[in-house]
Ligand binder design. Structure first.
Ligand code: ADP
Ligand code: ASP
Ligand code: MG
Length: 469
């Protein structure tokens, strides 16, 4: 059995939904899948705008945008559903969600404050709406399906905006609420990204979290595969929006995929790989628009990995924009213990996660998300040293298992980046990545230089070994 997750662009329009339905129907022959959907592309952003407008007292703007959400989903129904009665039923369901959103907006306007908890409530409507339309269309086309509110299954802690599941509870819920439906031959259609606390308050797993939902559900169901259907031909040598020559990677290991996702490759949510590793389930990243192309297989299976020859050093290049460098310089640091503890204590107090780090005798340079830099954080850091900040930088990292035992990689990286101003350099402790920090304006130059160095010509291919070799 498989869990099949379709991302925002794969369900964003009637045409896309129809394509996704055809893909699910195609797999129906080999088993009964669990289908996990994102919100239609752009809708989660819109829901956040609604929440923020309501919180700031701009209720007219909030309600106008709620109207846009309604219109989008009614158009989806128009393009996808043929039966008059079903159209009317769906219009009613959409209107029920929409009036809930309107009430929520007005409530937040009156209270005058938007909390993380209410924001999650707003965000949950995108997935609730997309799955409602999808499940109805599946049934109308003869593919027996049941819509499920995943908030009955995905029971999480109460870290709103970044909730994580309480796995023992979820696993039991999967066994009770999903397994029997699949066993009876009925496809289950449900939401990614959202969950609920034990007390019944809606939570979200964080932006891009539907990949994580799918991986968790696949692990709890002991599925044979976790399929991430998206808008590109799998994981590529670089974000194709940055480098037009980017190519698909046929196969990669769990550690390479996890590292790449953490270092910024948006194609997978960073936490997607962990549940797959725990149960050793292969993850496929596939293109909804080219369902017959092979996409990427992520696995640690030695038999599958040895079926491919890969003599390149680097598998892929990841970019994370919107970063800041924080430099803390202090003579007190020299030969003194406890300094790092003090420094990281400050970041911990402010809940800011540190990404890259490099140190000298008297200074420490760190990168953090630009949006997490605040006056109080800088003030607290100033108590232990002189602080300098550099905004609008990006980390550019090369990733590959082969980096671990290869000589001369650093030389090639720095030679290819000789014309780029490097603000910081770091090698990951796992030794399968090397990262540099550059000004955001230099990202395009840095990435194309690295891509050209490691992926131009014959040596960049990830080839299938000819049969019998
Ligand atoms: P979905 O809505 O299906 O979850 P996302 O937009 O979250 O899709 O992720 C897919 C996007 O990830 C692609 O359109 C691509 O621009 C971007 N991306 C970034 N890095 C990579 C990479 N290494 N390989 C493929 N896509 C990448
Ligand atoms: N809809 C959510 C988002 O846009 C979750 C997801 O698409 O994975 O972040
Ligand atoms: Mg995504």
């Amino acid at each position: 059995m498989a869990v099949m997750k379709f991302g925002g662009t794969s369900v964003g329009t009637a045409k896309a939904m129809q394509q996704a339905i055809a893909i699910v129907a195609g797999q129906r022959r080999t088993g009964v899948p669990l289908v996990v959907l994102s919100a239609c592309s752009g809708i989660t952003n819109k829901l956040i705008q609604i929440a923020e407008a309501a919180g700031a007292g701009r209720i007219e703007e909030a309600l106008a945008r709620v109207g846009e959400v309604r219109k989008h989903h009614l158009e989806l129904v128009d393009g996808l559903i043929t039966g008059e009665a079903l159209r009317a039923e769906l219009a009613e369901k959409i209107d029920a969600y929409v009036s809930h959103l309107e009430m929520l907006s007005k409530g937040i306007e009156i209270v005058g404050e938007l909390t993380e908890r209410s924001k999650d409530m707003f965000c949950s409507f995108g997935e609730l709406l997309s799955t409602t339309v999808f499940a109805a269309a599946m049934n109308e086309q003869g593919h027996r399906s049941q819509w499920l509110d995943i908030r009955q299954v995905m029971i999480t802690d109460d870290r709103y905006g970044f909730a994580r599941p309480i796995e023992e509870i979820c696993e039991a819920k999967v066994a009770g609420l999903i397994r029997p439906v699949l066993d009876s031959g009925v496809i289950v259609v449900t939401q990614g990204y959202i969950g609920s606390t034990e007390a019944g308050k809606t939570t979200t797993l964080g932006r891009g979290g539907s990949d994580l939902s799918a991986a968790l559900l696949g692990a709890w169901l002991h599925d044979d595969s976790i399929q991430i259907w998206t808008d590109v031909d799998g994981v590529m040598t670089c974000d194709p929006r940055l480098v037009a020559e980017a190519r698909s990677i046929r196969i990669m290991t769990f550690s390479e995929a996890a590292e790449l996702a953490y270092l910024g490759a948006k194609v997978l949510h960073p936490d997607t790989i962990a549940p797959a590793v725990r149960k050793n389930i292969p993850v496929y990243v596939l293109n909804t628009w080219h369902p017959d192309s092979k996409g990427t297989l992520i696995t640690d299976d030695p038999a599958l990995l040895s079926g491919m020859s890969y003599d390149g050093l680097v598998k892929s290049i990841a970019v994370k924009k919107g970063q800041a460098i924080v430099n803390v310089r202090s003579n007190r640091m020299f030969g003194r213990h406890g300094f790092m503890n003090e420094l990281f204590g400050v970041f911990e107090r402010f809940g800011v996660s540190v990404e890259m780090i490099s140190t000298s005798e008297v200074s420490v340079s760190l990168t953090v998300d630009d949006s997490s830099v605040s006056e109080p954080l800088i003030h607290a850091l100033s108590a232990i040293g002189d602080v300098e900040l550099e905004h609008h930088v990006a980390t550019v990292s090369v990733v590959g298992d082969n980096l671990r035992m290869s000589k001369g990689v650093a030389g090639r990286i720095f030679a290819s980046l000789r014309n780029v101003n490097l603000r910081m350099i770091s090698q990951g402790a796992s030794e399968i990545n090397v990262g540099v920090v550059v000004d955001e304006h230099d990202v395009a130059a840095a990435v194309s230089a690295l891509h050209c160095e490691f992926f131009s010509g014959e040596q960049c291919g990830i080839f299938e070994k000819p049969a019998g070799s």
